[in-house]
Design a protein around this ligand. Sequence first.
Ligand code: N01
Length: 498
Amino acid sequence: MLEAGGDVGGTWYWNRYPGARCDVESIEYSYSFDRTLEQEWNWTERYASQPEILDYIRHVADRYDLRRDITFGTRVEAMRWDDAAERWTVRTDDGRSRTARFVIAATGCLSVPSRPAFAGMADFAGELYWTSNWPHDGVDLTGKRVAVVGTGSSGLQTITAIAPDVGSLTVFQRTPSYAVPAHNGPIAARLDEVKPGYPEFREESRLSRLGFHCGEDETGYYAETPAAGVRRELDRRWSDGGLCFTLSFRDVLFDADANEALAEYVRERIRAKVNDPGTAEKLTPRTYPIAAKRMCVDTGYFEVFNRDNVSLVDLGEEPIERFTERGIVAGDAERAFDVIILATGFDAMTGALTAMDIRGTGGALTEKWAAGPRTYLGLMTAGFPNLFMITGPQSPSVLSNMMTSIEYHVDWVTTALEHLRASGRHRMEPDIEAEDNWVNTTNDVGELTLMPRAASWYTGANIPGKQRVFMPFVGGVGTYKQIGDGVAVAGYHGFELT
Ligand code: N01
């Protein structure tokens, strides 16, 4: 195993910014592969904090003695397929090359930060940090004049956490986010409830739409629900908290009226939380359907703007012109800062794969994917034999509980490798026809929804020059599992095994 980080943890190793926390419930966002492990570990909160998740991952690495097989601090730069030898040569940044029959790219969906180059950035004399690569020793922000650029999940959590400590906080917002309350809290009672039936609970998650429980069976259609019932359901989902709010009705992602009802409900809540009507309006999302960009889960984010030390800059009105030695010029004003924090997101889903120079039987992956990723089931791509992806593009991945989706892919790949070995074969690759069909299927299902209507990282819209195409499979985790299981049972239908 080759790992760029200095230790295990991936996302939770790098993203150590203040307030970092998972917005999938800890009871769901954990490994299910070992029943003893899931019984032993006790989460403390409904939504686990970054330090607690990192502790958990370290515990798992120690418990199964995984570190002995991991080379840390080593980044893969290039991979080349040798068709005669039927092996990959993998070159790393330490100058070494290794060969392998099979390669599994478990490189993450949100692991390559997007780092916009603002003019004059190098001139800034204060401290500059990226949430996606936060210093391990932490940063003392007490009493300082701080700017945060970016108001996605990372920005929201950072802003909420640091506001009480900093001298002043200026938030630079390009697009406001829809956010639902977390209602975080202790979890002991819920753990006692779930643990005795954990295997069944996990199986339900694997067959659900998002890879975690959202009471889907009780969900109706907005179009068939009377106004009072709509209100009751939204109030109930809001007081439950968390991402399941987006599953209040089955048609939220398909029916513009249903979507607008949810969006308007959230806007009303924002207006109720923010004292100054002008600031509330700026914080109110209006330009894209709710849930078409990744929803945020917040703990007092909007209320932060009622504090005297917090102000909001709407980049629509006052675009960032440049950074200076003292701070940031936006609109006509230069604002001075001691610290600038950039929470500007990631080159999502394809970024980690295209950052490596991967060459298969017919050329480079970057060329093959120039007009968007092309995969079969998000697991493999034709022309790149024996290269598996974990939560690759065109699988549910980022639209799901990543733990459920990661475990499913790991199991699927493991079973495929066992099958190859048992049948005396050593090469696997998708048929181009199966791949084309899958690409068309994921695009068609995506187009049925409102999701492509937002300029989101799901479509690559946040990366200048990246081809805009809706990348995840939106058909749901359970449906995807049924398809993936069916393909395997049918002798890996659509794959060529030799
Ligand atoms: O990144 P983002 P993130 N000038 O891309 C803005 C997961 N996650 O790190 O919306 C000015 O969402 C950009 O503006 P706009 C989760 O899946 C989970 O916050 O593109 N602003 C946006 O506001 C999440 O969705 C958790 O107009 C610029 C922000 O920066 C995903 O990771 C926590 C800009 C980027 O938001 C990514 O979240 C954190 C520019 N040049 C992350 N470029 C939890 O589980 C970008 N922006 C809680």
